[in-house]
Design a protein around this ligand. Structure first.
Ligand code: NAD
Length: 255
């Protein structure tokens, strides 16, 4: 308890799955949290849960694919709490394993807008704040094993998650020299039971699913498994970790 006492965090995609579990854990550990989420109903539900559980959270409706929304969520942290220490870029969408031959321009634009431009807009706004703060700040990006391997998502999702890892490494390399005052790390989750997982696989892309199925059986995690990694990378426990990709997949990709 209290690993993040006095810290201020923005968590995107905080209404569901990994974002929800992460926001709740960061708040439990003492962070004041700004919940940035597209779905207002789930966003306020999480806000109420945190506040009635003794934590501190505010919420702001955010579409991370919009630059102005990302700027506004960072401003919300500054307006409410006077600073920003932690940005967790969690919001993301899937592409149902769509293979390149079936990939529309619209789907690619949508996946890149949320999964790449979102973390880019948010990270840029955060780094500009971190630079002005004596204490700097840290970014935790939720990538995926689709960001390090080829058959864990469709074409656009795989491209997007590789890009998120590039974003992470570039920020760490450019801003990490000052003894880690500014840090950026990524998490590559394996398969986690959340709302992103398609309930009905019958309409999924055949080629994509065949490649995925070839990978064989794997373990499924819960959002809290990833939230624990977010806490580690957000806290000073990882103060010498910068520019890393932490795979949390219960040995799925090690085989
Ligand atoms: N679940 C998995 O197996 C898995 C594996 C690897 C990586 N991930 C990544 O984890 C992250 C979280 O996914 P999840 O599994 O918790 O899914 P989820 O669908 O349960 O949660 C995603 C949340 O992001 C929100 N969101 C979607 N688009 C948004 C937007 N434009 N602006 C703001 N919020 C938006 C949704 O409303 C939802 O609350 C994603 O980046 C996903 O790619 C998930």
């Amino acid at each position: 308890m209290g690993k993040l006492k006095g810290k201020v965090a923005v968590v995107t995609g905080a209404g569901s799955g990994i974002g929800r579990a992460s926001a709740k854990l960061l708040a439990k550990e003492g962070a004041k949290v700004v919940l940035a989420e597209f779905n207002e109903a789930t966003m306020y539900e999480v806000m109420d849960e945190i506040n009635s559980d003794g934590g501190i959270a505010v919420a702001i409706k955010t579409d991370v694919s919009k630059e102005a929304d990302c700027e506004a969520m960072v401003k919300k942290a500054l307006d409410e709490y006077g600073k920003l220490d932690i940005l967790a870029n969690v919001a993301g969408i899937t592409d149902k394993m769509t293979s390149i031959e079936n990939y529309s321009n619209e789907l690619l634009e949508q996946v890149m807008a949320v999964n790449v431009m979102g973390p880019f807009f948010a990270s840029r706004a955060a780094v500009r704040v971190f630079k002005e703060q004596e204490t700097g700040g840290t970014i935790v990006n939720i990538a995926s094993v689709a960001g390090t391997f080829g058959a864990r998502g469709g074409t656009g999702y795989t491209m997007a998650k590789h890009a998120v890892i590039g974003l992470t490494k570039n920020i760490a390399a450019f801003y990490g020299r000052n003894n880690g005052k500014i840090r950026a790390n990524a998490i590559a989750p394996g398969s986690i039971l959340t709302n992103i997982t398609p309930k009905d696989t019958s309409s999924l892309d055949e080629i994509g699913m065949a490649a995925f199925t070839d990978l064989g059986p794997f373990n499924r995690g819960v959002p809290e498994d990833i939230a624990a990694a977010v806490l580690f990378l957000a806290s000073d426990d990882s103060k010498f970790v910068n520019g890393e990709v932490l795979t949390v997949d219960s040995a799925w990709t090690v085989r």
